[in-house]
Design a protein around this ligand. Structure first.
Ligand code: PPS
Length: 569
């Protein structure tokens, strides 16, 4: 069992050796390079700085198997989640066990050298079932495993050169050693860690403060600023919120530090990982709440884990982990008392007020009032900046339909109407125009069409992110690509898909550009609707039947839809 306040496994494994740095850089020049993915950069930071102690590199096959199957390293030390280096087939076939490779960040900076002692093809289904308890890709980590991670893993010791660079919030970033030194200097011995990936409101402030008070401990707010759940509020806004909330704790009681962790949203197993990391950072306690690191609902609409599974698994291993769990005590606002109280101290008949996450998002979206008992005005102000009301957000109107269906004509009419309103800058990315500029080298194969749509999606997402309006009017024949673009843009603002529904016969009858005639004659190959597929949208925000409407009318329908959705007032 690890002792309280000791690093996990007894020793902080800091893998950077400053006096070897020049030698390692020199030797890396002849090595094969692996450009780390964003998630791997986060993993390597915690390996290098000792937050993942006692790991001293990426896991080997036997370590991986043991962690997946038995929740511990081969030596018996509890370890809940595999930390291996995933690579693609091309790369794995170019290296052998015994080789060293240079691990570089996305700018090519050398972060570490990996001495490969193990390479293998993991059984991803088994990993998903054991570690995440499911094969359902609604689980963000299962989705990552199946659709983003490489199919092969490499393991071995790493020699660290430098930590990944961060330009943001440098003063709030600490290595475990630095944080331990700080606690020491302040004379803090008992420290309760609070893990979060969300903005904090008054209830969080109340419960964390109570947790620390009950344990007679100090408090570390330790939010994750690496990868969290897709759709979460960006860390820049969250950190500004945490800084505001810090002012509401009594002086000298609480500290804030940022954790560059790639969360897996693995519920119970992740709770153990969070505990190990916090122990390495010098904490003696960690708050484990209801549905800790929960990934949301599965494809059947059920929760992946039970609400208290994480607490139960933690209890089983608490002693071996050597860090204490403070079970989250739910607090609620009691109107008559005008204060937050733990649920077990609230008398029957009292009025308990609550605003759910969904309700908060609705109020932010619609610019409605959020009461002072729920949060602090400074925090709400930050959130309103990141989640402005829809009428202040950027959005993309994405027309899709056959060639000659009328997309461009309606898009042009819409452009004029929106310019007339004049409250946001508007850009039209018409199919033909994009093909002349952005995608001039592309043809009409499935691969090229998808690339073309992804490029349009990228530009539209940038426009949307910056508060503008993008009108896109490509054919976009494939459902999957349209869905990818929707996902990309939804993160930044509105996405309104409009199916311009014109029967093929009518498009062919109009044949303004003479393309259908050429396609029928076989002069143009892979022509949508004739010799290439068009997958009809299943649930667009709007369908425009062009047979019984004029372009002006169609554009007006779009305006009404935008009003109904709240994007224009
Ligand atoms: S895609 O599938 O979304 O990438 O197509 P898109 O970029 O919108 O196509 C733009 C215009 O290209 C002309 N064109 C063809 N369309 C479909 N299939 C083939 N093979 C083809 N070759 C040329 C066509 O005029 C498209 O313009 P619109 O405005 O849709 O008529």
């Amino acid at each position: 069992m690890s002792k309280l306040n000791e690093p996990y496994g007894g020793e902080l494994k800091q893998l950077i050796k400053p006096n070897e740095k020049l030698e390692l850089i020199e030797s890396s020049k002849i090595l094969r390079d692996w450009d780390l993915t964003p998630r791997q950069i986060l993993d390597i930071e915690l390996l290098l700085n000792g937050a993942f102690s006692p790991l001293s590199g990426f896991m080997t096959e036997s370590e991986y198997d043991s962690v997946v199957e038995k929740l511990c390293l081969p030596c018996g030390t509890i370890w809940p989640i595999p930390i291996a280096l995933d690579v693609d087939e091309n790369f794995v076939s170019s290296v052998e066990e015994g080789d060293s490779i240079a691990l570089r960040d996305q700018e090519g900076v050398l972060l570490a050298i990996l001495e490969i002692s193990s390479k293998w093809q993991p059984n991803k289904h088994k990993e998903a079932e054991h570690v995440f308890g499911s094969n359902d890709t609604k689980h963000p980590a299962v989705n990552y495993l199946f659709n983003q991670a490489g199919d092969y893993y490499l393991g071995g010791k790493i020699k660290g050169v430098e930590l990944p660079t961060h330009y943001d919030y440098k003063a709030l970033r600490n290595t475990p050693k630095q944080l331990r030194e700080k606690f020491n200097k302040l004379g803090w011995q008992k420290i309760v860690a609070f893990q979060t990936r969300n903005p904090m409101h008054r209830a969080h402030q109340e419960l964390t403060f109570r947790a620390a008070k009950n344990e007679e401990a100090n408090l570390l707010i330790h939010p994750v600023v690496g990868m969290t759940k897709p759709g979460d509020i960006d860390h820049y806004s969250r950190v500004r919120c945490y800084e505001h909330i810090l002012d509401h704790y009594p002086e000298q009681t609480t500290d804030l530090s940022l954790l560059p962790l790639a969360m897996r949203m693995a519920g119970p197993r992740e709770a153990l990982l969070h505990a190990i990391i916090r122990k390495n950072y010098g904490c003696s306690h960690i708050i484990i709440g209801r549905d800790h690191a929960g990934p949301g609902k599965n494809s059947k609409g059920d929760d992946f884990y039970g609400p208290y599974d994480a607490q139960e698994l933690f209890k089983e291993h608490e002693e071996a982990l050597g860090i204490k769990m403070v079970p989250f005590q739910m607090v609620s606002y009691v109107q008559e008392k005008a204060e937050y109280l733990p649920n077990n101290e609230i008398d029957e008949g009292m009025t308990v007020l609550n605003i759910s996450g969904t309700e908060l998002r609705r109020r932010l979206r619609e610019g409605l009032e959020i009461p002072g008992w729920y949060s602090y005005p400074e925090v709400i102000k930050e959130l309103r900046k990141t989640k402005p009301a829809r009428s202040k957000q950027g959005f993309t109107v994405f027309f899709t339909g056959l060639s000659g269906s009328g997309k461009s004509t309606i898009a042009n009419a819409l452009l004029v109407k929106l310019l007339e309103m004049g409250d946001r800058p508007v850009t039209l990315l018409d199919g033909d125009i994009v093909r002349k500029n952005l995608s001039s080298e592309l043809g009409f194969s499935k691969e090229h069409r998808n690339l073309n749509i992804e490029r349009i999606g990228f530009v539209a997402s940038e426009i949307t992110k910056n508060g503008g309006i993008a009108i896109c009017a490509p054919i976009a024949p494939y459902t999957q690509t349209r869905a990818t673009v929707r996902e990309l843009i939804k993160e930044h603002g509105g996405f309104i898909e409009i199916f311009v529904s014109t029967p093929l016969e009518e498009c062919e009858r109009r044949d303004r550009k003479g393309l259908y005639a050429k396609a029928r004659a076989g002069i143009i190959k892979e022509f949508t609707g004739i010799s290439d597929p068009y997958e009809t949208p299943k649930s667009p925000e709007l369908v425009i039947e062009t047979m019984d409407t004029t372009p002006d009318n169609a554009a007006h329908k779009v305006i009404l839809k935008l009003e109904q959705l709240g994007y224009i007032k």
